[in-house]
Design a protein around this ligand. Structure first.
Ligand code: AHR
Length: 662
């Protein structure tokens, strides 16, 4: 098949009225341009309870008792005083037990708070609600730990830990821990779920002292079985779903989460490595606390476990409040970035490489891309080019092989550099973000076709069609498909891209951002139609782009704000190939059925049965949900093909054809 010239001509015929053949020609002989090896990727940050109550498998909520309700100390009996109480914790008997927060004699500097329970009866427990429940699955082994102490009033040194139904009437699993001492010590336990049990998330975690008196607890953790059985690991179902997306890279840690609302709450990677018991955690800009149990090493092993490379965003001296440190003072953060790169890639002879080895990962991680900051177009001070160049020069001096990504587009970067006297501006890749409605995706589905082929390389670091919540509906998947055809056709300049956000906990209060790719609760997870569209596209990626020539594709009229209609295409295409297959992707975004006549020319032989994967819905608002997770899923079938064949496109459908050629 090498160097053989063949043409795939596609004629699209609307199935209403008389058909005049509109054509799309796929020039396979001209398929020289490589598909970028970094298509497709994942983007992640702590938003929508993505890690806490999500991917990070740890199940206890507020295990370090830092989230408090109430208004502090009662200095002399003020009116309206409410004693500080830990959120998501309670006692089973409020008459015969008291619960309070104790910030004295903390167990360590990172976790100075604890819960003190004073028990005056038998069988009274301290209860945690989890992140909207706990998963109970037959035979699952869970591992937990807590730090505890007691005082002389405590009549026993034993406690029982258990997972039980919400009313406490069914105990799913329990374990006894003894030897609770007068000083802080860590205690570990295991819980094994029954062999026969109906899966549920309606469960709570409980610690019940055997005796009466005062006990203190902090850093309470509980892990179900994790992906690849990693300690301090990640949720199996979500990792499997990501693996199915064939990601080439993982962009982390944000997003706004990289920047934080203020300097104290930026993603300070050094505070996220080492023993999780010694990580202080910090406030996510999305309104809740991160324990940083999912820290830098966990991001890296996450990437490794799903077969992706890290694309690391380094904190660049700008926070969401608008505060920043100018180029002259950003040196400390530049050094942090250099140290971070050393942690990721360094050997045993380097300080931070040695730290990574000590933390449990002897092998360095692959690394090719570093992104400086996130969405620094929000920085109205014009300080970004100066800050960017401080990072660029320092990183390139030590790691010339790394590609450095700017979060400001080339024009703005150049203009601001000029205005602010920044000399010698250089950049390797530009990050662009697009959050749009489906119509806007169709409108822009040829955006990159007109980009200067010699212009800057593009990283579309956040994109999504935002229709439907908490997860996108079929209309969004169609918008995504149109946009993905654009990025695929142009992968010579759009060198990498990733959808955002990735995750949402679908419980009330879990979502801060609508339209998130994958939804879940404590027990189950599901993919949105947009998720499946990406699985289909990313799983059928050749290594060369097939140029397309189209004409007379059926259109629809979109009513404009000014009363004038705009014409938009009903169908979007991309095609790629490798030495064995041609991958044809088609999205039919409207209610009309269309038939595509495919004409393969110049092909030696077409194997007569192709693999067809189809995602469709009977209406654009149809979707998947936690209660109906498989309403819209890809269906695979075999389809008869030849040099000439017809492909019937159902309304609101996306099709990927994998055609074997010889
Ligand atoms: O993806 C959600 C947010 O959108 C990201 O945190 C931010 O980078 C963008 O504005």
């Amino acid at each position: 098949m090498k160097n053989k010239s063949f043409i795939l001509a596609v004629a699209v015929m609307a199935n209403c009225g008389l058909l005049s053949a509109q054509t799309v020609t796929l020039q396979l002989d001209r398929a020289q341009t490589k598909v970028s090896p970094t298509h497709y990727g994942l983007m992640t940050e702590e938003i929508n309870y993505a890690y806490e109550g999500g991917l990070y498998a740890q199940l206890i909520r507020n295990g370090s008792f830092k989230d408090i309700v109430g208004n502090g100390r009662n200095r002399g009996g003020q009116r309206g005083f409410r004693a500080p109480m830990p959120q998501y914790w309670s006692v089973t008997d409020t008459i015969n037990a008291t619960l309070s927060i104790d910030n004295r004699d903390g167990m360590n500097r990172a976790n100075p708070s604890s819960a003190c329970i004073e028990v005056k009866g038998k069988g009274i427990g301290l209860v945690n609600d989890g992140f909207w429940g706990f998963p109970v699955r037959a035979s699952e082994q869970m591992k937990g730990a807590f730090f505890a102490k007691r005082d002389a009033s405590a009549s026993s040194d034993g406690v029982t830990v258990s997972l039980e139904s919400l009313d406490g009437s069914v105990v799913y699993a329990s374990a006894h821990v003894s030897g609770i001492a007068a000083g802080w010590k860590k205690y570990e336990f295991a819980l094994t779920m029954p062999e026969k049990v109906t899966s549920t998330k309606d469960a709570r975690f409980r610690i019940t002292p055997d005796g009466q008196g005062k006990y203190w607890f902090t850093r309470v953790t509980l892990f179900p079985e994790t992906f690849n059985d990693r300690n301090n690991g990640l949720r199996k179902d979500l990792m499997t779903m990501m693996k199915d997306m064939h990601p080439k890279f993982l962009r982390f840690p944000g997003g706004n989460y990289l920047e934080g609302n203020d300097f104290r709450n930026r993603f300070d990677w050094k505070a996220t490595v080492g023993d999780p018991d010694l990580r202080p955690g910090h406030q996510s800009p999305w309104g809740y606390r991160s324990s940083d149990g999912l820290g830098l090493l966990e991001f890296l092993t996450w990437a490794e476990d799903v077969g992706a490379e890290p694309v690391v965003g380094v904190f660049a001296g700008y926070v969401l409040s608008g505060d920043y440190v100018g180029a002259d003072y950003v040196g400390g953060f530049v050094q942090d970035a250099l140290d971070e790169i050393e942690y990721i890639t360094g050997g045993a002879d380097t300080k931070w490489g040695a730290q990574r080895i000590k933390d449990g990962h002897p092998e360095p991680f692959p690394l090719h891309y570093i992104e400086v900051g996130n969405e620094d177009f929000f920085d109205r001070s014009g300080s970004y080019p100066g800050r960017f160049m401080a990072f660029y020069n320092a990183i390139k001096a030590k790691y010339p092989q790394l590609q450095i990504i700017s979060t400001l587009d080339a024009k703005a970067l150049e203009r601001q550099a000029l205005e602010n006297g920044v000399k010698g501006l250089k950049y390797d890749v530009i990050d662009e973000h697009y959050y749009r409605g489906a119509i806007d995706m169709y409108r822009n589905a040829f955006q990159y076709d007109s980009y200067d082929r010699n212009g800057p390389k593009i990283f579309c670091g956040e994109w999504a069609t935002r229709e439907g919540e908490p997860t996108p509906n079929m209309n969004a998947a169609l918008g995504d498909a149109a946009w993905m055809t654009c990025m695929e056709r142009n992968s010579d300049i759009v060198v990498m891209h990733c959808y955002a956000p990735l995750f949402v906990n679908v419980n009330p209060g879990g979502m801060q951002w609508t339209s998130d790719l994958i939804g879940y609760d404590a027990l189950n997870a599901y993919g949105s139609p947009s998720y499946y569209a990406q699985v289909m596209f990313a799983g059928n990626l050749g290594d060369r782009i097939v140029p397309l020539v189209t004409s007379d594709i059926p259109e629809f009229q979109n009513p404009g704000r000014d009363g004038k209609n705009e014409s938009l295409r009903q169908m979007y295409f991309s095609a790629t190939r490798d030495s064995k297959y041609v991958y044809l992707k088609v999205a039919n975004v409207r209610e009309q059925e269309n038939t595509v006549s495919v004409n393969l020319e110049g092909v030696g032989k077409v194997v007569s049965k192709a693999e067809k994967t189809e995602l469709k819905a009977s209406g654009p608002l149809e979707t998947n949900s936690i209660d109906n997770p498989h309403h819209i899923v890809p269906i695979k079938s075999r389809m008869k093909v030849g040099r000439q064949f017809s492909l019937k496109m159902a309304p609101y459908s996306i099709v990927v054809l994998k055609i074997e050629v010889k």
